[in-house]
Design a protein around this ligand. Structure first.
Ligand SMILES: C[S@@+](CC[C@H](N)C(=O)[O-])C[C@H]1O[C@@H](n2cnc3c(N)ncnc32)[C@H](O)[C@@H]1O
Length: 279
């Protein structure tokens, strides 16, 4: 029997707080969350889509913004060959430390990691042939600054490919439509930019990116992933009053989902968008 742990989720176990991993003292939880997500089959397709959108990477210099544990940066490093290099950057020192630790254990690749805030990068103008960012813009409170920096450090003619969710695309099969809409909106609004996905095309058109393509990816969410994604935010919001439910009502909302999982009937999905273009 599956038991919902929604009421018991620890402080800091909230995916909306990926903007401040270091201040939570629970970096291990965030690292574990990304490892779980990155192992989903749809995430492999997203990584492959991003890499393909960056063009021929042989000998190129590539920047990854918000590189987390560095696994994607290492995959890109295998594509740039000996003449290229990949720089993975993340605002979290804990994430950069984990990325360096994993790199030291694996095969030698032309990849390095640095603590950098996407809103204020230290690289020179046009320093990179290609720039990518996966699931990081949603955690940024100043996308104007982040977009200006992303374009500034990519050379003219260079490639840009980013992927991000739009959290109001989340679906879950639940008998209570009203409360489920409230839960989804609460989860979406727990992110700095929960609607980032739907604004990607407009934002980069306004900045003059050429040859823009937008590709949607829908991820089917296993119950374990859905629960890890939602429960921290919903519990915090219930406790703070941002979600105007009692603790009992929150537990009642989880119950049919636990039962659906036990009966092999659970269904949830979320859609994100891969934007690509030339600077
Ligand atoms: C959901 S994780 C994604 C990590 C990685 N891109 C992946 O897909 O596995 C979001 C990452 O963005 C980082 N991050 C959040 N705000 C940032 C900012 N302002 N600048 C750079 N990185 C940031 C977090 O520390 C975290 O590692």
């Amino acid at each position: 029997m599956t038991t919902s742990t929604s009421a018991a989720s620890a402080a800091g176990e909230n995916v909306g707080e990926f903007s401040a991993v270091d201040s939570s003292d629970r970096s291990a939880w965030f690292i574990d969350f990304m490892d779980y997500a990155n192992a989903l089959p749809e995430y492999r397709a997203i990584r492959q889509g991003l890499a393909a959108s960056l063009g021929d990477l042989d000998g190129r210099s590539v920047l990854e913004i918000g590189s987390g544990t560095g696994d994607d940066a290492r995959e890109l490093a295998a594509l740039v060959g000996g003449g290229g290099r990949v720089v993975g950057t993340d605002v979290s020192a804990a994430m950069v430390e984990e990325a360096r630790r994993r790199s030291a254990q694996g095969a030698s690749l032309p990849v390095e990691f640095a603590v950098e805030d996407m809103r204020d990068l230290t690289f020179a103008d046009g320093a990179f042939d290609a720039t990518t960012a996966k699931l990081v813009r949603q955690h940024c409170d100043d996308l104007d600054a982040a977009d200006a920096e992303l374009l500034r450090v990519t050379r003219p003619g260079g490639r840009i490919a980013v992927f991000d969710y739009d959290f109001d695309t989340l679906t879950v099969d639940h008998p209570d439509r009203v409360r489920t809409r409230e839960a989804v909106h609460c989860f979406c609004d727990g992110h700095r930019n929960g609607w980032n996905g739907r604004s990607l095309a407009r934002r980069f058109q306004e900045r003059g990116l050429a040859g823009i393509t937008i590709t949607p990816y829908t991820v089917r969410m296993p119950f374990a992933f859905f629960r890890r994604s939602m429960e921290g935010r919903l519990s915090e919001a219930q406790r703070s009053g941002a979600l105007a439910w009692t603790a009992g009502q929150l537990a009642d909302w989880w119950r049919p989902l636990d039962e659906a999982e036990d009966g092999g009937r659970f269904f949830a999905s979320i859609t994100g968008f891969l934007l690509a273009g030339s600077r």
